[in-house]
Design a protein around this ligand. Sequence first.
Ligand code: PLP
Length: 389
Amino acid sequence: MKETNKFQFETRAIHAGEEPDMREGASGDVAAPIHLSTTFARHEVDVPTAGYEYTRSLNPTRFALESKLAAIENANHGLAFSSGLAAETAVVMGLLRNGDHIVASDDLYGGTKRLFNKVVREFGITVSYADVMDTTAFERAITPATRLMWVETVSNPLIKIADIAALATIAHKHGIIFVVDNTFLSPYFMNPLELGADIVLHSATKYIGGHSDVLGGVVMLNEHNLYEKIQYYQNAAGAVMAPFDSYLVIRGIKTLALRMERHAENALKVAEFLEQHPSVNRVVYPGLSSFGQYDLHKRQARGNGGVLCFEIKGDVNDAKRFLSRLQVIALAESLGGVESLVELPSLMTHSSVAPEERAKIGITDTLVRLSVGVEHAQDLIDDIEQALA
Ligand SMILES: *Cc1c(COP(=O)(O)O)cnc(C)c1O
């Protein structure tokens, strides 16, 4: 699996896991075939054919994807699940037991917080939250029962950056497993394992899939012992990625580098346009020199991604009017697809966060989140300009 690692990212993303089968009688497919079969015939009763028995346990298309995932993260192992939250569930339930404790950042993706607060806690696993910009608060939250530390590289919608190397040092000093959700940057712009994380996780529904047409979650890691536990849970609980979805994600990864370059290029142009617009209060994007954690971000990531947020002057009706006037950019939740998507966190993705809590963390009624796609940047800017007018 590691032999393709001598190549650069783009080459690994295209070739890893899909070397054509050139053996006698094989067809030499350049793209991994979609193996829809749920079961695999064998010659002998106790010898599965090439290790394949039943698709929940192992499927050739999913295995091709899992090999590619490991290669693009320079990891020893990759795993693919039916959604990002299924991947998160497998990490938590595969590794923790009743009585264990998690320290997580306080502005996690809403679905992750719901999983922790409403589901995981019912199994006797406790969770504490700390501000991701305050590494000492993370250390203070650690108890003798802490087994996992959990952060996002770039939070949402306010784009707080976690100092991965500093948090990894704290976690390892206390013998804690450090999990990083790198959904917003993708493996093209950042590799948390190389900065000290133990487990990297992504919602493949976002940039890795990249076309808003497949739901998936992926986990990459080096340590075999952790891999075995998560893989055991994957098979035992069963939320694996389907073969057809695995094919779509494989296809998405082949253009990840191209897409991320264009997402970031477009996002910077849009952010610069917004920053000088008289109807906009502030713009938050890691590529702007006005960005508060610009130096930290530059130190640990190779690029800025495609998500930004900005605050429109006025009240919620001004924000609604802006959103309803957009013509190219779709008003929808989610992010990371080739098409630009916009949303109003206070009424959409973060509507379940209490108003006082939203105000405290800076999610105002006119804060807009924009996932900048790979359309022509000028068309996006023109669309925003006419909607703000
Ligand atoms: C979307 C998302 C998830 C959840 O992934 P699903 O594929 O929707 O289950 C987790 N973390 C982050 C940062 C996300 O954006």
